[in-house]
Design a protein around this ligand. Sequence first.
Ligand code: ATP
Length: 315
Amino acid sequence: MKRIQVRAYGKINLCLDVLRRLENGYHEVEMVMQQILLHDDVDVKWSEGTRQTRSEADDAFQIEVSTNRPYLPRDERNLAYKAAKQMYLAYGAERQGKVRIDIKKRIPVAAGLAGGSCNGAAVLHALNLLWGLRLKLPELCAVGAELGSDVPFSLMGQAKANPELGLADEPMASHCAIARGTGTDLEPIAGLKSHLLLTKPPMGVSTAEVYKGLELDSITEHPNIAELKEALAGKNYRKIQKNMVNVLENFTLTRYPKVMYTKNKVKRLLGEEAVLMSGSGPTIFALCKTREEAQHACEQLKKENRETFWTRTTY
Ligand code: ATP
């Protein structure tokens, strides 16, 4: 039996723009994704099986998922399970044996923090090592893009933050990236060094529902990605804050008063600037100048939202 543990980090969107609706129902987006230190631990074990007869071949490859969140599916609806299956179909056809995946979750679920996607990415990285495939990031990202649009970014961020995967020096390994297309065309850029407050109102938001309800004509403020990229490279925090815009925010805030309430509360605690919803929500994050500031705000908000964290970006 071979085993590896991958730290599966979450992400926030420093900005998110939706450019147009595509014919296949997806949306063309442009966004800056930044990895954060809050992570799940994904433990993957591989036990090689013995050769089966043809009639037993269907059971020759097995996947088992366990997690500390009992309400999460453990079958093919779980992204970690899907990732193992996808890797098997792409690169493991001759393999027989069992993949056991245990996920210790800390990242809130359905929160806009890529919690499922980063679990899927961790399984792809793990099987790449356990099966000795030596795939580079572009090949892994091609498999990941089939699983979900946030998976390729999770792969490149995890490669940087888990040096034991042996991919940290690849050109694509990065804690921060501009994502274009459906979110899978990635340009590594300089990231943000900041303490963070994260708070998830006690509800989940469906990404599909937000995109479906979004009226593109009603968007009045678009982020300036080029300016944000420049600000990140120059560590110009004022300019970074000015360009933190998420065009999905209005829809979620209007539809879910709890999210609006939470954003206003964070603003009252930490000031008007640098408070934004991540992805399609409902998590609200704020950049904090110090760890103490993040910690103090966390203590206040935890009384209302159990899933409140102080953390920092990875860099
Ligand atoms: P994103 O930011 O990529 O849109 P998210 O953080 O909003 O994702 P997830 O935590 O990935 O959302 O959860 C979305 C859905 O995915 C949930 O309904 C959950 O049941 C399902 N899911 C499947 N596998 C997982 C997993 N391993 N961890 C968390 N959620 C999972």
